[in-house]
Design a protein around this ligand. Structure first.
Ligand code: BGC
Length: 380
């Protein structure tokens, strides 16, 4: 492990945390001047693995306040859905917020409806409590936890944007694994006796989501990236996209909807290794990725290392860790993606023209490096 890069990563994360507790996705990339629940939850988790509980706790408190600010939307959305009325793009909870917790309206084409961050924060919060022993935070965050559960219960079968903010017309296996983990985490928090939430059967919901994935998202023995939502009165609905997406690793690690050595997971990882992992290099998001030409993503590469740790293939995890370390720039920063071996290089320049150079540093990249390093060191 490169002690220098590890320390630099913690510093970069701390420097990216606002006075309100939110983490900026990338401090210098204009389009990422916000806090995404998705990125932020992994960043907080990284800080928990590093024993930086105060930082993680500040983030969870920020999430709680932010969710409560917009919690009125959940009941309104429920009423609209039960009256058969359509939902507008801002009728649901957003995926990203300004650092002080307001909704972002700068680009009204942005796909705000992404459910995954809502599952991820519950998962990360539960893990935080177990590591830090700070059960008191559950009492404090009882209302936003409950709001999140009601929101996920209402929305998990609705098509929404995936974790790459694409394909709003589908249901996404990755996103549903976060929902599974969120319900499962809530079940655990409730069973611990430190959180009292009535009328939401979190464990039952977790089981339903898992069954739904088994019935809908497994094709040729492995997981698919996305699939069509069930149509009313139809069960033979779920013909999905065959392409594999690197985000599917999350189904095993950390969410454990399927265990890392489950045959479905082994087949899924094999497809990811074959299609998306450049030997001695990094991991791509998916084959058709054209964002900045579709480079190798640091955070996904770390994720594969994290998976290898979970199946005790430490040599592979170490090799990945070293590759990531070799990608840090002269400032000790890890970018979002590395473009030298892009899948579709002709798409690189148009993105630079549109939004400037690739986001660097990306706080989430540093977070995943921290998570991987601690997983290797702690053997989990
Ligand atoms: C990625 C998202 C991420 C966001 C901020 C987007 O380009 O697709 O997964 O949350 O950047 O880092």
């Amino acid at each position: 492990m490169d002690q220098g890069l590890y320390k630099k990563s913690i510093q970069t994360i701390l420097a990216s945390q606002s006075e309100w507790g939110s983490y900026v996705a990338s401090p210098f990339f204009p389009t990422y001047q916000y806090c995404w629940l998705r990125d932020g939850s992994y960043i907080a988790h990284a800080m928990d693995t590093a024993g930086e509980y105060e930082s993680a706790s500040a983030f969870f408190n920020w999430v709680g306040q932010t969710i409560q600010r917009f919690s009125y939307k959940v009941e309104e959305a429920r009423l609209r859905l039960s009256a058969g009325l359509p939902l507008g793009k801002d009728d649901l909870l957003h995926t990203r917020f300004t650092l002080d917790g307001e909704e972002v309206y700068i680009d009204n084409t942005w796909g705000n409806f992404q459910i995954d961050g809502y599952g991820t924060w519950l998962w990360a919060l539960n893990d935080h409590v177990k590591r830090s022993g700070d059960y008191g935070i559950l009492q404090k965050l009882k209302d936003p936890i409950e709001t999140t559960l009601r929101y996920l219960e209402l929305t998990w079968k609705l098509p929404n944007y995936d974790c790459w903010e694409e394909h709003p017309e589908y249901l996404h296996t990755y996103s549903l694994s976060t929902v599974f983990a969120g319900f499962h985490a809530a079940g655990e928090m409730i069973r611990s006796g430190k959180l009292e939430i009535k009328n939401i059967a979190a464990d039952v919901l977790a089981k339903e989501v898992r069954k739904f994935i088994l019935d809908s998202a497994v094709k040729n023995g492995r997981l698919v990236k996305y699939f069509c939502p069930p149509s009313v009165n139809s069960v033979s609905h779920l013909i999905g996209n065959d392409g594999v997406d690197a985000s599917l690793m999350a189904v095993a690690i950390p969410y454990q909807m399927f265990l890392p050595d489950d045959p479905i997971m082994l087949a899924t990882i094999k497809a990811i290794e074959e299609d998306l992992f450049r030997i001695d290099g990094g991991v791509y998001r998916y084959k058709a990725d054209v964002y900045y030409g579709g480079g190798e993503w640091i955070l996904l590469t770390a994720w594969l290392g994290w998976y290898y740790v979970s199946i005790k293939q430490f040599d592979k995890a170490q090799a990945i860790c070293q590759w990531i370390e070799s990608q840090a720039d002269e400032n000790g920063w890890l970018a979002e993606q590395v473009s030298d071996h892009a899948l579709h290089p002709e798409h690189y320049a148009p993105w630079v023209k549109k939004w400037g150079p690739v986001a660097n540093p990306l706080t989430w990249s540093h977070a995943m490096y921290v998570i991987l390093t601690n997983a290797i060191n702690q053997g989990l």
